[in-house]
Design a protein around this ligand. Structure first.
Ligand code: SAH
Length: 252
């Protein structure tokens, strides 16, 4: 059995209870060493074999998974954050299915959640923004034209940009060309929940300068939109005393 597990975005105690238990029980662990906190491996069984997928190809990872399966071992495939975002997990699941290998999937705390926590931020503020666009600038992996940062910018919703910290001059040009005012608030968060976490508040027009001043070049998320200011919002209807819900009657 193969268990895909989201490791969370950094701090070793941000993994789920289930994910932690699966690590403790695993005979083989293949972890994404570029971004998974190695402290998560401390609780592994004596004799558990550990592989760092940052140094491996897909074929090499699959060969470790298949080999473990043939020996009847239990494997954890540990991905950074939650595997559903930029996790390259589908190609592994398809290869396992093609061989009839059973697997399951335990989610994790994605970095877009860890970053909100680092900023004490609610992305979806009433009357400010009710949507979060999660995207990236095109790099070696292309982004479909209809999903370009410029196209999404027209919505002026809260935007979370993965994998784009090395392209900030172009990113800010695209955000502004698409519709955000250059003065729109923005934030850069480096290594959310790690001991060396850094947060920097700026504006869309100063993203590249801000990253340079704070010496942030990678492992960061860019958050853009009026919600970054965390003000000017309307209070929630759910907790409004004049509003009835399935659990609470409105107060007269
Ligand atoms: N599946 C992961 C994302 C993998 S892509 C998740 O759910 O978070 C890797 C990118 O995620 C990095 O280049 C960076 O943009 C972002 N990232 C991962 N961990 C991060 C962290 N702790 N703080 C800020 N950004 C992070």
């Amino acid at each position: 059995m193969i268990h895909f597990v989201g490791a969370g975005c950094g701090a070793a105690d941000l993994i789920t209870v289930r994910g932690q238990r699966l690590i403790e029980e695993a005979d083989v662990i293949v972890y994404a060493g570029s971004l998974v906190n190695p402290a998560l491996l401390d609780k592994r069984k004596d004799g558990a074999r550990v592989y760092n997928s940052a140094e491996m190809t897909l074929e090499e990872v699959l060969s470790v998974l298949f080999d473990a399966e043939e020996k009847g071992l239990t494997t954890v495939r540990l991905h950074t954050g939650d595997p559903c975002l930029y996790g390259a997990i589908r190609e592994q699941m398809d290869a396992l299915e093609a061989r009839g290998v059973l697997y399951d999937y335990t989610p994790g705390v994605s970095s877009f959640c860890g970053v909100a926590a680092a900023l004490n931020m609610e992305y979806t503020l009433p009357n400010v923004s009710q949507s979060v666009v999660i995207t990236r600038m095109a790099g070696r992996t292309p982004v479909p034209e209809r999903e370009s940062v410029r196209a999404f910018a027209a919505h002026k919703a809260t935007m979370v940009l993965f994998l784009s910290t090395g392209l900030l001059t172009k990113t800010q040009e695209e955000l502004i060309a698409g519709g955000y005012d250059p003065e729109t608030p923005a934030a850069i968060v480096y290594k959310a929940s790690w001991p060396d976490e850094k947060t920097a508040l700026c504006t869309v027009g100063s993203l590249a300068d801000c990253a340079r001043e704070n010496d942030i070049k990678k492992t960061a998320l860019i958050i853009v939109g009026d919600a970054v200011k965390q003000s000017g919002y309307a209070r929630s209807e759910l907790y409004n005393p004049t509003f009835s819900t399935g659990f609470r009657k409105a107060k007269e």
